[in-house]
Ligand binder design. Structure first.
Ligand code: ACO
Length: 420
């Protein structure tokens, strides 16, 4: 491959090209400012590769998603969430001995300092679980100031599930259920959510499997808003806890992970309003309204979101296995059909994303709507950690510090207050 040429004010400059293992091409502009004095302007970063990464590959045109080379479809069907954690964070799928060890270690690290409950109980019960989770993640670090990175990683992954369950039980006014040493990740989480304090775990296998699959599908998604946030904060050499807490904050937004809660609220609103789909599709198309079809569209996927495809299919299976019938699933299916046939959505290549069907499944599993984005964070913590580690170990590591093009006032003198 030859270099990229840029002509600026009549002068030619050359920049090297970088090719990824899947043929993606990048123009390496690391020396752009030094050699030309100009910076690249890319609001929203839609054209900017912020790093070279070996974790997750997405081909948005063809609906491809792979973790370290393995297709998401195979991972969702053939392995467990702990295997995916090992793949993302430690680089490979584990063998049986490593899997056993990881399961036991995660169960051990799920036991948290008692003091964290006092921090939790300082929050009003009405607070949003994501706000609680973000704060508790930073607080968690204060109880373990001396851990090495490996311990911190294990505590963040395992601790997220304990924190999520504690938050749920606190909000519901229920006594906490402590983690079991004998359960896999998904079952342990369900035990802490719905078990009876002091009693042996009794977890429904169908529900545990459905949760496990959801965790796998949400585990990583390359340089999305929350992963980039986690990297950004970590690049200042902030702690893992502080970096993950920031990632949780980014994920909570309705344009990102918070969309799963909004999807369900939207489907409910459509049902309560008599199920008039055309009206809501019309609103989404109306530029004078700020209504968007939540769960539709994606910055990268312009064909389909493979996670939505898997979840759309498994929504039926889960509902059937649990003997449930959800009218909101019917509304979701009809809405998908109406939108996919509408020129506005076709032209803009807007398809259902991962959040469109996940809410229906969480609802069938009796996870409260407010907890949906916490479920997303539970899966995504392992991806954030993998991204954070890769950033810290990158030989090109520098603090993340973008530039800007200043468009404000030129220099002026401060007037006396009587003249302002
Ligand atoms: N409903 C209606 N119109 C939409 C939608 C939607 N859900 N999404 C995009 N559009 C329209 C925009 O109005 C815009 O139209 P225009 O070209 O006529 O101005 C066009 O499609 C492009 O949209 P952008 O906002 O520029 O796309 P961007 O890549 O910036 O945003 C995003 C992607 C944030 C996901 C957007 O599609 C959206 O808001 N979707 C709804 C929220 C959602 O589901 N978020 C979850 C994303 S997945 C995840 O984070 C896990």
């Amino acid at each position: 491959m030859s270099n990229a040429k840029l002509t600026l004010d009549g002068t030619d400059h050359e920049f090297p090209l970088v090719e990824g293992s899947e043929g993606e091409v990048g123009i390496d502009i690391a020396k752009l400012r030094g050699t030309t004095g100009a910076v690249a302007l890319d609001p929203g970063y839609g054209n900017t590769g912020s790093c070279q990464s070996a974790i997750t590959f997405i081909d948005g045109e063809n609906g491809v998603l792979r973790y370290r080379g393995y297709p998401i479809e195979q991972l969702a069907e053939q392995v467990t969430f702990e295997e995916v954690i090992n793949l993302l964070v430690w680089g490979e799928l584990p063998d049986e001995a490593r899997l056993k060890e990881l399961r036991a270690t995660l169960a051990e690290y799920a036991v948290l300092d008692e003091g964290i409950k006092k921090v939790l109980e300082g929050f009003p019960k009405t607070a949003h679980p994501m706000a609680m989770l973000s704060s508790l993640m930073t607080a968690l670090g204060t109880f373990y100031p001396d851990g090495d990175t490996e311990e911190e990683i294990l505590r963040v992954i395992a601790g997220t599930s304990t924190l999520a369950a504690y938050i749920y039980r606190y909000k519901q006014g229920l006594d906490y259920v402590e983690p079991s040493k004998d359960l896999d990740f998904a079952s342990n989480f369900l035990h802490m959510m719905y078990g009876t304090p002091g009693e042996e775990p009794d977890v429904d296998e169908t529900i545990a499997k459905a949760i496990d699959k959801l965790l796998i599908l949400h585990a990583d998604h390359e340089q999305n808003c929350s992963a980039s946030t986690t990297r950004m904060v970590g690049s200042a050499m902030a702690s893992l806890y502080a970096s993950i807490s920031a990632g949780v904050g980014a994920l909570s937004g309705p344009l990102h992970g918070g969309a799963n809660q909004k999807v369900l609220e939207m489907l409910q609103a459509i049902q309560d309003d008599g199920g008039d789909l055309e009206k809501y599709v019309g609103l989404a198309k109306d530029k004078s309204s700020d209504f968007r079809l939540m769960g539709f569209g994606h910055r990268v996927y312009k064909n389909f979101d493979p996670r939505a495809k898997i979840l759309g299919a498994s929504a039926d299976d889960v509902l059937t296995a649990l003997g449930k019938d959800d009218p909101l699933l019917d509304i979701a299916r009809k809405l998908e059909k109406v939108a996919l046939e509408d020129e506005f959505f076709v032209k803009r290549r807007l398809y259902p994303n991962v959040d469109f069907y996940s809410g229906i499944i969480y609802r069938a599993l009796e996870i409260p709507t407010e907890m949906f984005t916490v479920m997303f964070a539970l899966g995504r913590a392992s991806g954030w950690i993998a991204q954070w580690q890769e950033m810290r170990n990158d030989p090109a590591f520098r603090i993340h510090r973008p530039r800007q093009i200043y468009i404000g006032e030129n220099e002026r003198d401060v007037p006396p207050i009587s003249e302002r």
